[in-house]
Each structure stands twice: as C-alpha cells, then as structure tokens.
Design a protein around this ligand. Structure first.
Ligand code: C2E
Ligand code: MG
Ligand code: MG
Ligand code: MG
Length: 276
C-alpha cells in the first residue's frame, strides 16, 4: 500500500497500473465468453486485378461483435488473444469459417476466387497446423488451391522450422503469401529457398507513394524482385487513384485497399462482387 498520495506520483502510477491489469484480466474473461458464444465474425476485403479491376480473391479479417461495444477490430483483441493462447481457438474458427464461406460461394455459382487467411506465429509453429489445414479442407470441401495463408516475414527468422512447415503446406496445394512485406528484419535469402507464392507489399510503402520518391523506388524494386523470382505480388492499402496508377505503371498486377472497398460483411461482399 502506498502511504502518501505523494507528489512523486507513485500512488497515481500504481493505480494506473492496477487499472491496466484489471482491464486485461477482464478482456481475457470477455474473450473466453465470446468464443463460447460465437461472437466472432469475418469481414472480407476484395483483392483486385489492377488492369480490369475484377475480383480475384478476398482477405478474411476477423471482427468481434461485442454485445455492448459493437464491432471491434482485431487490433483491440488479437494481441491479448495471442498472449493468452486463445488465438489458437480463435484462428481455428476463422480458418474453418473462411473456407466454409468460400466453398459455399463457389457452390452458389460465384467466380472461383480464393480466400486469404491471416496466421499468427502461434498457429504457424503449432505442430498440428498441417493436419488442421488438411481437416478444414476435407470438412469444407474447398479445394486447397483456393486457400492462401498470410504469414509475416518475422517467421522466416527461424528458417529450419519455417521451411518444414511451408513445404508441408505447399504439398497440400495451399498458397503462401508474405504479409506486410518490407517491414520485417529478416534476410531475403529465404525467398529463393522456400515455397512462397506471393509478396504483399506493406501499406506503409504505399501511403505516400505519390509524393515520396524513396517509397516509390522501394515499391518498384520489390515488384521487380518478385517478378524475377517468379513470385506474385500484391500491394495493400491503396486509397487513391494516383496510388493505383503508379502501381500499375510499375507492373503491380494485384491490389487491395479502401480505394476499391473496405472489408465487407459476407452478405455485402456477395451482393456487390459475387452476384451483382
Ligand atoms: P493485415 O493482415 O495487414 O490486414 C490489412 C489491414 O489493413 C486490415 O485491418 C484492413 O482493414 C486494413 N486496410 C485495408 N485496406 C486499407 C486501406 O486502404 N487503408 C487503410 N488505412 N487500411 C486498410 P484490420 O482488419 O483492422 O486488421 C489488422 C490486422 O489484424 C491485420 O493486418 C492482421 O495482421 C490482423 N488480423 C486480422 N484478422 C486476423 C486473423 O483472423 N488472425 C490473425 N492472427 N490476425 C488477424
Ligand atoms: Mg493480411
Ligand atoms: Mg498486411
Ligand atoms: Mg498489416
């Protein structure tokens, strides 16, 4: 206990810290409840072919439909889910739901587009990942080639493990995309060794691309490198026509961002893009 509400601010600090810990404990309990009640849902953001602006895929992005706080973005709960291990259960459901939904769209006669699912490092390094993917593919009936997993570069810092997992996934016919590409610290040497299909250029390089020559140079180099390595490349976070034009000039063939669409609830994606 702090004796004085001294001017050193100690008591204030201690209360503040307590409040933070309490909030976190509360959030964890809340997350468990939410998993039991099935309060998570997916929004889908279109991935677009730059030349004719047709849809080629969607990225599934998790949302928490909180009973009192409304729809919460992943930034508000994914980090806590990761710290508490709840991410495994959450991601299993995300993976299943994304594949189930895409298969159901395919069956309804929608274009045969693919679905990209974000994977945390927990999930990636979990020994049953390959089996889990196999099961989901079997249970939902979605062909493996329509599932893409988005992982981050940081996973490449552990190349022995990554290479085993990635090879198993590649053998299943799953595609792998490197999310937030360019923001990690790993060496690029893994790009020639590992079965990666796509580089996803991080939004931070796109943001100022119309005004910042360094960003433009970096993006142009990533696109060239990808093409020389026979990798696909997609840019994320396109918000303006200018950005789109610059990317097209540099032969970036796939794009994603608010300029085309925000992530949408399934029914809306369907109405706007799949059965217009
Ligand atoms: P990410 O995978 O890099 O996803 C892209 C994020 O950028 C999404 O935010 C998306 O809504 C947002 N975005 C897309 N286009 C634009 C744009 O033009 N401008 C701006 N400013 N933002 C744009 P969201 O949905 O809040 O997701 C944030 C992050 O949460 C994701 O980043 C991903 O790392 C993580 N996440 C989302 N769903 C899952 C999931 O199911 N599992 C895991 N492990 N992580 C997830
Ligand atoms: Mg992603
Ligand atoms: Mg990203
Ligand atoms: Mg990101």
């Amino acid at each position: 206990e702090v004796k004085k509400n001294g001017k050193n601010g100690y008591q204030f600090f201690s209360c503040e810290l307590n409040a933070q810990v309490e909030q976190r404990v509360e959030l964890e309990a809340d997350l468990r409840r939410a998993l039991e009640r099935g309060e998570f849902l997916l929004h889908y953001q279109p991935q677009i072919r730059a030349d004719d602006e047709s849809i080629i895929g969607v990225e599934a992005l998790v949302r928490w439909n909180h009973p009192t706080k409304g729809i919460l973005p992943p930034g508000m709960f994914v980090p806590v889910a990761e710290d508490t291990g709840l991410i495994m259960e959450l991601e299993s459901r995300v993976l299943y739901e994304a594949c189930r939904q895409m298969q159901s769209w395919h069956e309804s006669g929608a274009p045969l587009i693919s679905v990209a699912v974000n994977l945390s490092s927990h999930q990636f390094y979990h020994s049953s990942l390959t089996q889990q993917i196999k099961d989901v593919i079997e249970q939902t009936g979605l062909e493996a080639k329509y599932l893409e997993l988005e992982i981050t570069e940081s996973l490449m810092m552990n190349p022995e493990v990554s290479s085993t997992v990635l090879k198993e996934l590649a053998n299943l016919g799953i595609r792998i995309s490197l999310d937030d590409f360019g923001t990690g610290y790993s060496s690029l040497s893994y790009l020639k060794k590992l079965p990666i299909n796509k580089l996803k250029i991080d939004r931070s390089f796109i943001q100022d691309i119309a005004h910042n020559d360094s960003d433009k140079a970096i993006v142009a180099s990533i696109i060239d490198m990808a093409h020389h390595l026979n990798l696909n490349v997609i840019a994320e976070g396109i918000e303006t026509k200018d950005q789109l034009e610059i990317l097209s000039q540099h032969n970036c063939r796939e794009v994603q961002g608010y300029y085309f669409s925000r992530p949408l609830p399934a029914s809306e994606l369907e109405r706007v893009y799949l059965h217009p």
